[in-house]
Design a protein around this ligand. Structure first.
Ligand code: OAD
Length: 291
C-alpha cells in the first residue's frame, strides 16, 4: 500500500549500523486520522472543509485568538464534537514509542493536541507538544487549571456552550491549553526545536502538510548530512526543500541535493509498519500495540 521513492536503504543502513541515537520525529494530524480524528486540510475529510455551519469568516478563524476573543462559541462547539469520542493511539504512535524504547529517539515534536503520544506511553521528556494539549485547560482570567474530565463534563454532560471558571468571583472562560493562531508557541518548543534539530541524525516527518510556521521550517535546519524520511499520503515539503526522485522539482540540477530525502507515499501506519519490518522490529511493534 506504499510507494517508496529515494534512498531508503541509506537511512535503514544507518539504523542497522546502530549509528543512530538521535532520531527526531515530527508529527501532524495525519498520524491520528486512523484513530478517527480528522486532519485539517484533506479536501473532503479535513476539519477545514466541514465548518460551514459555524458561519466563520474563514475556516481557520475557529483557531484564531482574535476571533476566539470575540466569539468563542464555534471553538467550543467544535471541541464538543471532538470530545464526544474516546480515541486510541495508532500504529504510528506506537512506532514512535518503539523508537524511544530502543533508545534511539531524541525527541518527538507534534503539532497535535490529542495527547495520543502520551497515551502510547512516550515519556514526558521525549515529547514536545508544540501546539499544546487538550488534556489540561486553564481559566483565561485567574489561570486556575482544569482537567479534561472537567471540560468533558461541562460541555457534554452539562451541555454548556462555553465553560466558565468554578470560582464564583472569577467566572473567566476556561479553555484547553492549546496554541491558537496569533499566540506564541511554548518556550519548550523554542528551546528544544533549535537544540535538537542541530543534533538530529535522522528526521522522520509523518502526517503533516508542513504548512504551519514556525513548526514546518524546523525541518530545514537538520545537519546537511541528516537523512529525512517523509511518510504521507500526498507529497509534502517540496516548498521547504525536500527533494526525492519522482517529485515535481526533481531534475538533473537538483539531483545532487536529492540523495538524502525519502518519500514513503501512503498511510502513516503502513509506512511505519514497513520501516519496522525492514528493521526487524515488527514483532516488537506488534507487542506494543497489543496484537
Ligand atoms: P494537515 O491537515 O494540514 O495535514 C495533514 C497531512 O496528513 C495531509 O498532507 C494529509 O494528506 C496527510 N494525511 C492524513 N491522513 C493520513 C494518513 N493516515 N497517512 C498519511 N498521511 C495522512 O495537518 P497538520 O499538518 O497537522 O494548528 O496541520 C498543522 C496545523 O494546522 C495544526 O496543528 C493546526 C492547523 O491549523 C493550529 O490549530 C494552531
Amino acid at each position: 500500500n506504499i510507494i517508496v521513492s529515494g534512498p531508503i536503504h541509506m537511512a535503514l543502513d544507518y539504523f542497522n549500523g546502530q549509528k543512530l541515537n538521535k532520531i527526531v520525529t515530527i508529527g501532524g494530524a495525519g498520524i491520528s486520522t486512523a484513530a478517527n480524528i480528522p486532519d485539517f486540510r484533506s479536501p473532503d475529510s479535513g476539519l477545514y472543509s466541514k465548518l460551514e455551519k459555524y458561519d466563520l469568516p474563514t475556516p481557520q478563524s475557529v483557531f484564531e485568538k482574535e476571533y476566539f476573543d470575540k466569539n468563542p462559541k464555534p471553538f467550543f462547539a467544535l471541541l464538543k464534537e471532538v470530545l464526544r469520542y474516546d480515541y486510541r493511539p495508532t500504529t504510528t504512535h506506537y512506532f514512535i514509542r518503539l523508537l524511544e524504547d530502543k533508545g534511539v529517539l531524541l525527541r518527538h515534536f507534534t503539532q497535535n493536541v490529542d495527547g495520543l503520544e502520551r497515551m502510547a506511553g512516550l515519556t514526558n521528556d521525549r515529547i514536545v507538544e508544540a501546539h499544546g494539549t487538550i488534556h489540561v485547560s486553564h481559566c483565561t482570567k485567574c489561570q486556575a487549571q482544569f482537567s479534561l474530565g472537567w471540560l468533558r463534563d461541562q460541555l457534554l454532560v452539562r451541555r454548556h456552550s462555553i465553560p466558565y471558571c468554578d470560582d464564583k468571583n472569577c467566572k473567566g472562560i476556561v479553555r484547553p491549553n492549546v496554541v491558537l493562531f496569533g499566540e506564541p508557541l511554548g518556550t519548550q518548543f523554542m528551546a528544544r526545536s533549535s537544540e535538537d534539530i542541530k543534533e538530529c541524525d535522522l528526521l522522520i516527518i509523518m502526517g503533516t502538510s508542513l504548512t504551519v510556521e514556525p513548526f514546518a521550517s524546523m525541518i530545514k535546519h537538520v545537519p546537511k548530512t541528516c537523512p529525512r524520511i517523509v511518510i504521507n499520503d500526498t507529497p509534502v515539503g517540496e516548498h521547504l526543500g525536500i527533494i526525492y526522485e519522482g517529485s515535481k522539482r526533481y531534475n538533473r540540477t537538483v539531483r545532487k541535493n536529492a540523495w538524502r530525502d525519502v518519500f514513503i507515499r501512503g498511510k502513516c501506519d503502513d509506512g511505519v509498519t514497513h520501516l519496522a519490518r525492514q528493521l526487524k522490529w515488527a514483532k516488537d511493534l506488534e507487542r506494543l500495540i497489543g496484537l
